[in-house]
Design a binder for this molecule. Structure first.
Ligand code: SAH
Length: 400
């Protein structure tokens, strides 16, 4: 017998309309014996079947939905979900043949967006970066790895289960090769540019594929411009700018290791004469440029998520406003500002309102060139606003 989760009466449960999360505050009682990570059946206050999911009483998201059908949740179920996720990428990118033959990168599985909550899988030039971020999905790790091996035949797999969010689920952190070791610094093609992905020591899974199309779009408008790539990490935006004919790029990041990757990648693309690197705090550097009057033809701002919870949104918006306002001032009249936020808790409207405020204070007009989000291999689900986390805006900055 599956354990049963009874939903509280008189609550507007989002799960009824397809939302994949059930919070502890929505639950009336738990029946049966269970351990964290078990599959449970969720019932409405009248005792009717709602869905199946996995349970973690230690997490505020107590149940994550796996299926709205009453069916077996077994190895076959997870294999089929992985197969569907791979199929979707083949459809999106028009790929034929196994993924291992392709020199570029894709997100193969993205958690709720692929109906596999907690599982994140990226593939970089045939090498897989693998994360199970919740206890309920971690239980199925071997089945999931088997399915990945079968459906994409990767050249190698690296487990990046060193993400601190695992601690919220009561799990340990671990990282390492699953199978044969390989050189962890992977050379990958992104829109015709060589980028370097450090699958072992790089941030998150190793590379931020969600901005891939935005990097390509930005490239169109940067010919002849001097560019500041602020929060550059391994240089994705700046390298793309150089491919678009930018006259120079200053890569800036707080992490020396990130700049080392950007430097090495610039060399491989023969961009060496046009690049500079600065290990600095972007907040301080922008303040300094504003004071000294240094200007750029384009500025990229792609900071880490400033808001890790809804409570942090206000202070996060203040941080976003500060860097955007200063960036608007250090961009030349008629220059380009590409600005992003990857905070899931900051709604698109809140981000846009903040930018309008910053423009007002900086006394500039923002002419919108692009308003976009994450690439479609990081699926957004209708009715699940939490899946839409990336905001990307490209403006021409006009001063009077
Ligand atoms: N633009 C990158 C991704 C940026 S991720 C890309 O296209 O891949 C955010 C980066 O900001 C990280 O590399 C982190 O090291 C850096 N960072 C965080 N806080 C910073 C700060 N105050 N000043 C400079 N860099 C910072």
């Amino acid at each position: 017998m599956r354990p049963i989760v009874n939903l509280l009466p008189k609550v507007k449960h989002r799960v009824y309309s397809g939302h994949p999360w059930i919070f502890s505050s929505e639950i009336g009682s738990l029946e049966g014996t269970f351990s964290p990570g078990d599959i449970v059946e969720v019932r409405d206050p009248r005792g009717r079947f709602v869905c199946l999911g996995y349970l973690n009483p230690e997490s505020t998201i107590t149940v994550r939905v796996l299926s709205r059908e009453d069916r077996d949740i077994d190895e076959e179920f997870f294999r089929e979900r992985v197969r569907q996720a791979v199929e979707y990428r083949r459809f999106l990118f028009g790929l034929k043949g196994p993924f291992g033959d392709d020199g570029s990168g894709y997100r193969l599985v993205y958690s709720e967006g692929d109906f596999l909550p907690g599982l994140v899988v990226d593939i970089f030039a045939g090498y897989v970066s693998f994360q199970t971020l919740t206890l309920g999905i971690d239980r199925w790790k071997e089945t999931l790895i088997d399915a990945i091996n079968e459906y994409v035949s990767p050249k190698g797999i690296y487990e990046r289960n060193d993400a601190p969010v695992r601690r919220l689920e009561g799990m340990n952190l671990r990282a390492g090769y699953l199978g044969e070791p390989f050189d962890p610094v992977i050379e990958m093609d992104e829109n015709g540019v060589t980028v370097l992905v450090d699958i072992q020591r790089g941030q998150k899974t190793g590379y931020f594929l969600d901005q891939s199309e935005n990097r390509l779009l930005a490239r169109k408008y940067l010919s002849g411009r001097s560019v500041l790539d602020a929060f550059s990490y391994s240089g994705g935006f700046g390298l793309s700018a150089l491919a678009g004919g930018a006259s120079s790029v200053l890569f800036m990041d707080a992490s020396e290791a990130a700049l080392d990757l950007a430097r090495a990648a610039a060399g491989r693309n023969d961009f060496s004469g046009k690049v500079a690197f600065e290990a600095a705090n972007v907040f301080d550097a922008l303040r300094e440029y504003e004071r000294s009057g240094r200007k750029f033809g384009a500025v990229f701002l792609d900071p880490p998520a400033f808001a890790r919870s809804r409570k942090m949104v206000e202070s996060a918006l203040a941080g976003y406003k500060e860097i955007n306002l200063r960036a608007m001032k250090v961009v030349e009249d008629g220059g380009i500002l590409c600005t992003s936020s990857c905070s899931q808790h900051v709604a698109p409207q809140e981000f846009d309102d903040m930018l309008d405020e910053a423009a007002k204070d900086a006394k500039v007009y923002l002419r919108v060139i692009e308003r976009r989000g994450q690439r479609a291999d990081h699926p957004v689900l209708g009715g699940v606003p939490e899946t839409e986390y990336l905001k990307f805006r490209m403006f021409q900055v006009l001063k009077e």
